[in-house]
Design a protein around this ligand. Structure first.
Ligand code: DTR
Ligand code: CA
Ligand code: ZN
Ligand code: ZN
Length: 320
């Protein structure tokens, strides 16, 4: 979102106030008290959309240098993992690369822990990093991966010290059937699984003809995202189309509270949706879904900006 400095500071004050209201609601929910004793909660920083778009350009370059794809088992996928790992190692994260084999090819998950916070209360944010074989996968799903990466880098820049422990993840082989995230959840001992208090999923968040959909799985997480968008005066709809179709599903099936946001895929935007969100009615939210035209040209700037800030808002709001 493009704001003048004045506008931005006013908006930041509104968002910060909304964050305080929201998180006090969360603390009330959590403690059952009026929340008046809750410590002041840190407000999320603005995520620079230029930084997110620079990551998208890197992922595009990686695909272009590797046969036009970042799909499971390709050199482009491994180069995508290495790009993110390098940034996070330099930013002070503890990173782990998990290896797995599916469809006869080696895949990788990248897990990044921010040191500190209560190890028994983990807030996790993730996105799948693989594309389909026929394209670069910039909206699906470099958009989610870049937003999660830049939010993690903002945690480091701010030297954020949340109450809960923060963990970030980039999943492999989602396009083959949620393979990487399923491997991760299956490999977690039950005692480790119960420590994950929220899993936030970000899969397609920069669609060129965007909608603003919020997962309606866990109510607290849903409320957090809805508070953010109402702070922008952007209306949202529940995401029903994505149920079970992305990496939040293995977590939900294991009893972990999940949530996330989505800007739309191949379904056509209705006239009513175009009325409230702009864009083109009768056209797909993302007409390049799973196509070779899913490049950096297939991203809506306002959507990726708003939604990257939504990632940070939820990570700060649910962990502080
Ligand atoms: N991004 C899609 C999975 C997905 C998530 N939400 C929806 C809604 C409608 C169709 C697909 C999806 C993928 O990785 O293929
Ligand atoms: Ca921003
Ligand atoms: Zn896909
Ligand atoms: Zn996807």
């Amino acid at each position: 979102m493009r704001l003048s400095v004045t506008g931005r500071s006013a908006a930041a004050a509104v968002i910060a106030a909304a964050a305080l209201l929201t998180t006090s609601a969360i603390s009330t929910a959590a403690t059952g008290s009026t929340g008046t004793s809750a410590p002041p909660r840190a407000a999320a920083p603005d995520i620079p959309v230029a930084n997110v778009k620079a990551h998208l350009s890197q992922f595009q370059s990686i695909a272009s240098a590797n046969g036009g794809t970042r799909s499971h088992g390709s050199a482009g996928y491994k180069a995508s993992i290495d790009y993110i790992k390098g940034k996070l190692d330099a930013a002070g994260f503890t990173t782990t690369v998990q290896q797995f084999t599916t469809s006869g090819r080696v895949g990788y998950n990248l897990i990044a822990d921010w040191p500190g916070g209560d190890a028994n209360q983990i807030v996790m944010a993730g996105s799948h990093l693989d594309s389909v074989s026929r394209g670069a996968g910039i909206n699906d799903n470099a958009s989610g991966s870049a937003a999660v990466l830049e939010t993690a880098l903002a945690v480091s820049r701010e030297q954020y010290k949340p109450t809960k422990h923060l963990r970030f993840a980039w999943w492999g082989a989602e396009e083959l059937g949620l393979i990487g995230s399923s491997n991760y959840v299956r490999g977690l001992p039950a005692a480790e699984r119960t420590k994950i208090k929220s899993y936030l999923n970000f899969d397609m968040i920069g669609s060129p003809n965007p909608g603003y959909f919020v997962y309606d799985d866990d109510p607290t997480i849903e409320r957090t995202f809805k508070a953010y968008y109402s702070g922008l005066n952007v209306s949202t709809e529940p995401d029903r189309e994505g149920d079970g179709r992305s990496d939040h599903a293995p977590f939900k099936n294991a009893g972990v509270p999940v949530g996330g946001i989505f800007s739309g895929a191949s379904t056509a935007k209705s006239s009513a949706q175009a009325q409230k969100w702009g864009g083109t009615a009768g056209q797909a939210f993302d007409r390049c879904y799973h196509a070779s035209c899913d490049t950096t040209a297939n991203i809506n700037n306002t959507a990726i900006d708003r939604n990257s800030d939504a990632v940070a808002y939820a990570v700060w709001g649910l962990s502080s």
